[in-house]
Design a protein around this ligand. Structure first.
Ligand code: FAD
Length: 259
């Protein structure tokens, strides 16, 4: 593994970044990149070799992480400074090179190892389809019940759909699950098999993310009223590991759903 080779060498330049999709801002994948970045930083510190590594973060948008709110942005900036991570934002990526990243203004970020997560984009099958209503980015247009616009008995959920809602909305796994439950409910409701009201995914839009930093974590939460990033030293890391274990056991049917 490239990172292990650099660790053996005892020095190196690492760059972590993510891209945006201007046609679908909710498809950005920032959280996981911050998580890997801070975990690598922490691992190098534990090995007492962090001072021989240069870590950079890059993203084309002016304020990556802004969807979590202003306080979260300030905290991220504080963490970058505290952990000596160089930040390059607001400049488009021109080219990935074997030894770095070239930005549109000619800036070159030196890097021996680059980790980049592009934003989500419409699936080629949907982009090429003739009669599925879709956005310019190639995401399926649905209504609040997850029914595909204009196509009765056809529903779509998860990352392949275009989300309606506030600017800070984001495509997340838990939202895909909510949509799946909603669709099952809405189908039997429509068929007259149960009584009640349709369920709307738009009522469950929020961002909840426990960002593991290796030595702790930060809990990010955003909805219409709240935007917080709560630092959780030590416990955040343990909590994320416990969540992973719980999720695996629950999804494999070994324990009942608790949360
Ligand atoms: C790096 C990363 C980290 C993330 N972390 C979090 C997190 O911490 N919390 C959270 O809530 N969300 C997180 N997400 C978002 C979450 O993973 C997605 O929102 C969620 O997986 C969407 O579920 P989905 O079923 O719509 O799509 P997917 O999980 O992508 O499933 C789509 C499936 O369809 C398959 N497929 C694709 N094309 C075809 C084809 N032509 N034929 C057959 N099968 C096909 C794919 O292989 C895949 O298995 C993360 C996403 C990424 C990329």
């Amino acid at each position: 593994m490239a990172l292990e080779r650099l660790i053996q060498k005892g020095k190196g330049k690492l760059a972590f970044g993510f891209g945006g999709n201007p046609k679908a801002k909710e498809a950005v994948r920032g959280g996981p990149v911050f998580e890997v970045l801070f975990n690598v930083d922490n691992m190098l510190r534990k090995k007492w070799i962090r001072h021989d590594f240069e870590i950079s973060f890059f993203a084309p948008m002016e304020k990556p992480g802004a969807r979590l709110g202003e306080k979260a942005l300030k905290m991220l900036d504080y963490m970058f400074k505290k952990k000596r991570i160089k930040k390059y934002t607001g400049k488009k990526i021109k080219e990935f090179l074997p030894d770095g990243i070239l930005l549109e203004d000619g800036t070159k970020i030196e890097s021996d190892l680059t980790l980049f997560t592009p934003a989500g984009d419409g699936h080629p099958v949907i982009k090429q389809s003739q009669n599925i209503p879709k956005t310019e980015a190639g995401f399926i247009k649905i209504d609040k019940t997850c029914q595909v616009e204009g196509l009765e008995h056809v529903y779509a959920i998860g990352d392949c759909v275009s989300l309606e809602g506030p600017d800070w909305k984001a495509k997340q796994g838990h939202l895909a699950e909510v949509m799946a439950h909603n669709v099952a409910h809405n189908i039997v409701l429509k068929e007259g098999l149960i009584k009640g009201k349709p369920q709307y995914y738009t009522e469950h839009l929020n961002i909840m993310c426990l960002m593991d930093t290796g030595d702790g974590g930060a809990l990010a939460y955003r909805d219409d009223k709240t935007a917080v990033l709560i630092p959780m030293p030590v416990i955040g890391h343990i909590g994320k590991k416990m969540w992973g274990l719980y999720y695996k056991l629950y999804k494999t049917g070994k324990i009942p759903k608790i949360l």
